[in-house]
Design a protein around this ligand. Structure first.
Ligand SMILES: *Cc1c(COP(=O)(O)O)cnc(C)c1O
Length: 371
């Protein structure tokens, strides 16, 4: 049996007629850059996230960059964030010449350990950037009062967390700016690169709208040096076809996650495999189902690969140890929980169209490895 980590073919085939019709509309209208489809998508995304504004851009990476640019972050500034995330979380900070100040993660959720944040705030701290890793929100209800106390804006990296909630509030609606990605592996994936930002603040929305088109409101008049970071009409059209299905897909991921819990318990693997921790009163959308394997993670991964099961490691290198960030002066041992997670985590298939037989097989093979 083959169980890929992610297989989009069933999803795409089921929507094929609608997607082709939507692409045809763009072809007929010549609305290739932003345009009517993207404008409509932005309204739908704002409604979905429960925010006043949504501003589309070319990628999740750019969303993070544009968000920090909206606060004029640059050399001499510090941004507090996590070392256990995708690279773009931190490259957005360093790309602007600012310094990432890392705080270790909570080993249960893999998100920022909020209790460590206050001690890292200095007069140079210009933003705090939590990541909602794997589709579960960081502890925003603890974080927000700290940010408010010091008057520091929050920028959510919600790239993996569209539709995730904490106490009924959606990702992207818990901060000054939320940043999202349409990379195909996200719960709402495009057919290429794309991203968007959310905000409840009119002035920030206005600025983000300009920053994504070279910092101009009126063509050839530039208020800021922005980026060329626009979502194209084809992506907008495809994403509008997909958005109404998003909740159904996320519910299937949740059902798969719940089923894994039963299967792992029945297989008696609770020592060898630590299952994802779910925070109370939160909606985890399971962009990834990540198990912790304290012993022999790499050997298990190899064994699963030999048996046709796709897995991945998010992420194998803690960001403070990346070669390109050596100049920051961090060392191995500085963030022990992040480093430990990079040695122990393993993402297994949880995509919506995963079949029960495939799931059974994944757990059987893990049991066989440890048995
Ligand atoms: C995917 C992702 C990004 C970057 O998004 P792109 O659209 O690939 O640029 C940033 N942060 C996190 C946590 C991500 O998972």
């Amino acid at each position: 049996m083959k169980v890929p980590l992610l297989d989009l073919s069933e999803q795409n085939q089921s929507l094929r007629p609608e997607i082709e019709a939507a692409l045809g509309r763009v072809l007929d209208s010549n609305g290739f850059i932003l345009g009517a489809e993207v404008a409509a998508l932005e309204k739908e995304l704002a409604a979905y996230c429960g925010t006043k504004h949504a501003v589309a851009c070319a990628s999740g990476t750019d969303a993070l960059l544009l968000a920090l640019m909206a606060f004029d972050i640059g050399p001499g500034d510090e941004v507090i964030t996590t070392p256990y995330s995708f690279f773009a979380t931190v490259s957005a900070v360093t790309r602007l010449g600012a310094r990432p100040v890392f705080v270790d993660i909570d080993p249960r959720t893999y998100n920022l350990d909020v209790s460590q944040i206050e001690s890292r705030i200095t007069e140079r701290t210009r933003a705090i950037q939590p990541v909602h890793l794997y589709g579960q929100c960081a502890d925003m209800s603890e974080l927000r009062p700290i940010a408010e106390k010091y008057g520091i804006p929050l920028v959510e990296d919600a790239a993996q967390a569209i539709g995730a909630e904490e106490h009924g509030v959606r990702a992207g609606a818990m901060s000054e700016i939320g940043c999202f990605s349409f990379y195909p592996s996200k719960n709402l994936g495009g057919m290429g690169d794309g991203g968007f930002m959310t905000t409840g603040d009119d002035a920030l929305a206005h600025k983000l709208n300009a920053l994504r088109v070279h910092g101009s409101f009126e063509r050839y008049y530039h208020k800021w040096v922005g980026l060329n970071s626009r979502l194209d009409g084809f992506q907008g059209a495809v994403l509008r076809v997909k958005l109404p299905h998003l909740d159904g897909w996320s519910e299937r991921r949740q059902a798969n996650a719940a089923r894994y819990r039963r299967l792992f318990a029945d297989a008696g693997l609770t020592e060898q495999v630590i299952l994802p921790f779910e925070r109370d009163d939160c909606r985890h959308i399971y962009n990834q189902f990540v198990i912790r394997v304290p012993e022999k993670r790499d050997e298990l991964r190899q064994f699963l690969a030999e048996n046709g099961v796709g897995t991945d490691i998010y992420y194998p290198v803690s960001l403070h140890l990346q070669e390109c960030f050596a100049y920051l002066g961090y060392r191995a041992g500085d963030f022990p929980e992040s480093e430990k997670a990079s040695r122990e985590t393993l993402a297994i298939p949880v995509f919506p169209e995963l079949k029960e037989a495939q799931q059974d097989y994944v757990v059987e093979k893990i049991a066989e490895f440890f048995g």
